[in-house]
Design a protein around this ligand. Structure first.
Ligand code: 5AD
Ligand code: SF4
Length: 525
């Protein structure tokens, strides 16, 4: 941003809200040739089909179509020449990877990427709907971007990702944020060229959200974020319908990619020199269940273990579908890493039942026992929700004892957030927020203690670190992850970035390790 732009921006930010509102009307009028009020009422009569929870919940048995013929239409290949795009990503790895796909498509249309909103001709917000605070962040960002859009009517401002699949969100944007040019959902990313074309040349807000689950589109271009680690989608959607979760509605039904397409992608990444891949899905253990032949995650991992890529991870697992075959394959080791993220959500069988998790405290512990028997050194991490509607003190204590019993080395912990359209959002909840916050604090203290304790075992040990780059805090320090996903900071030459090196741990902290490189780069399988 140059000084002139900065000053202009400052002036915009200093305007009163009344000014901004009247500017909004002026600018939208100029932009669309009608007033913002007319614009809003027009969209409510529009013929687009809003996301529909009831429809999304109906899982049809129809085969998923797989398309191998994605192409940028000829007339749109040059459309972005000399123009820039910026995509803000919220939420999970699935979204991060979708962003890579959208960036790939935009790059093929001639756009280049920028980090500066003032420089961008297209800004897309790739949103997350999992908890209310994720949504609030996006609405906050829309507020920040409004002055920019009003000053620069040619800017294309789009909202995509999981929030776009929610009816209430689409309505709120139509009503309160009419300066948005484009809303599209998770099933139609491949239509980005056409959508941008419509937004550029049409007069109205483009809304393209499909409540029906999408097909599988292969051969989409991807502008991957790095050259060391890569994500590989193995399946889309989720059929579990846990009672608190919005994902089965926003991401559609479970659809597995064909094994040969996945294997080909992994081979290609290996040939390009990637050192680590993470197989992605909302519930990767359900991989293959929808295929017409008998093939599961265990089979897929076995195939992938034969590919010459040093590290293979997968996320995220559902305990219900974690079968013996998968344990057997993982136990063989090799490039399959023994870090298992196994979301438990609660330690109380009663809460698990109302969450519709389809396992009990006991069966979860039995699964952990089996995993440990096959992989004695496996690291287990998890996700936990506290304050599910009417969770009692005793039920919360069961979560605490389960965390101790399993010995999770880290956990993502959340306060329950009601999501409109999910069953549990309709349930009365008598637990005060203060109590929920206290529970979260106690849980976090326990998780931190266990993490710090697990770290102390690394003192003076030698670990293999995939070096990702300079540490965020100190450019003289390199950082990377061990096989068990521990972040290590150490001094070493920049030439080892992208390599796997051996590091001796000299100091342990709660979440990170410090060390010294013991030898120059070694390739370790
Ligand atoms: N409230 C709080 N946490 C949630 N998660 C999913 N839905 C909700 C919700 N409504 C958490 C779960 C899941 C993780 C990705 O997010 O723990 O595993
Ligand atoms: Fe949501 Fe995961 Fe349950 Fe699917 S398995 S509904 S993504 S919490």
């Amino acid at each position: 941003m140059n000084e002139k732009q900065r000053l202009e921006n400052q002036q915009i930010n200093q305007k009163s809200s009344a000014d901004v509102k009247s500017d909004a009307n002026d600018n939208l009028g100029r932009l669309k040739n009608i007033s913002s009020d007319e614009l809003i009422s027009k969209y409510f009569q529009a013929t687009y089909e809003p996301p529909n929870m009831r429809k999304a919940k109906k899982r049809l048995k129809k085969d998923v179509d797989i398309h191998y013929d994605f192409e940028i239409p000829l007339e749109m290949k040059e459309i972005g020449k000399g123009k820039k795009f910026l995509i803000r990503t919220y939420g999970c790895q699935m979204n991060e990877h979708d962003t890579e796909v959208m960036a790939g498509i935009l790059t093929q249309m001639g756009y280049t990427s920028t980090e500066d909103t003032n420089d961008a001709d297209i800004i897309l917000l790739n949103t997350c709907a999992i908890r209310e605070n994720a949504e609030n962040k996006v609405f906050g960002e829309l507020g920040h971007l409004k002055p920019l859009k009003l000053e620069n009517p040619d800017l294309i401002l789009g909202v995509c990702g999981c929030m776009s699949q929610e009816e209430s969100v689409v309505n709120r944007i139509l009503k309160k944020h009419p300066f948005v040019d484009l809303i599209f959902g998770t099933h139609n990313i491949h239509r980005l060229p056409q959508l941008i074309n419509e937004a550029l040349f049409g007069k109205e807000m483009v809304v393209d959200v499909w409540s029906k689950e999408g097909d599988i589109i292969e051969n989409l271009p991807k502008a991957r974020k790095g050259k060391i680690k890569a994500w590989v989608n193995i399946m889309y959607g989720c059929d579990k319908f846990c009672t608190y979760c919005i994902v089965p509605y926003t991401r559609g039904k479970e659809r597995s990619r064909m094994p040969e397409d996945i294997i080909q992608e992994v081979r290609h990444l290996a040939a390009q020199g990637y050192k680590e891949i993470t197989l992605l899905g909302q519930n990767v253990n359900a991989y293959g269940k929808d295929l017409e032949f008998d093939y599961g995650l265990g089979n897929l991992m076995e195939e992938i273990s034969k590919i010459d890529i040093p590290r293979v991870r997968f996320t995220t697992s559902h305990p219900r579908d974690f079968d013996d075959r998968l344990i057997e394959v993982l136990a063989k080791g090799g490039n399959l890493l023994d870090h298992i993220h196994l979301p438990v959500q609660s330690g109380s069988s009663d809460i698990l039942r109302v969450m519709a998790r389809r396992y009990t405290r006991e069966s979860y512990l039995e699964l952990v026992r089996k995993i440990r028997e096959a992989m004695p050194n496996a690291t287990l991490t998890t996700d936990i929700i506290v304050g599910f509607p009417n969770e009692t003190d005793e039920q919360f204590e069961e979560t605490m004892t389960l965390v101790e019993e399993v010995g999770f080395e880290s956990a993502y912990t959340f306060i329950y957030s009601p999501r409109e359209g999910t069953p549990s959002a309709r349930w009365e909840d008598n637990t005060p927020m203060e109590v929920k916050k206290e529970r979260l604090q106690r849980l976090n203290a326990l998780v931190n203690k266990q993490s710090a304790e697990a770290m102390t075992h690394y003192q003076d040990k030698i670990v293999k670190v995939l070096v990702e780059g300079e540490s965020k805090k100190d450019p003289d320090v390199l950082s990377g992850y061990t096989e068990r996903n521990k972040l290590v900071n150490f001094k070493g030459p920049k030439s080892v970035i992208g390599e796997i090196v051996e590091v001796k741990i000299t100091n342990t902290k709660t979440w990170t390790l410090d060390g010294e490189m013991v030898e120059s780069a070694v390739e370790v399988r």
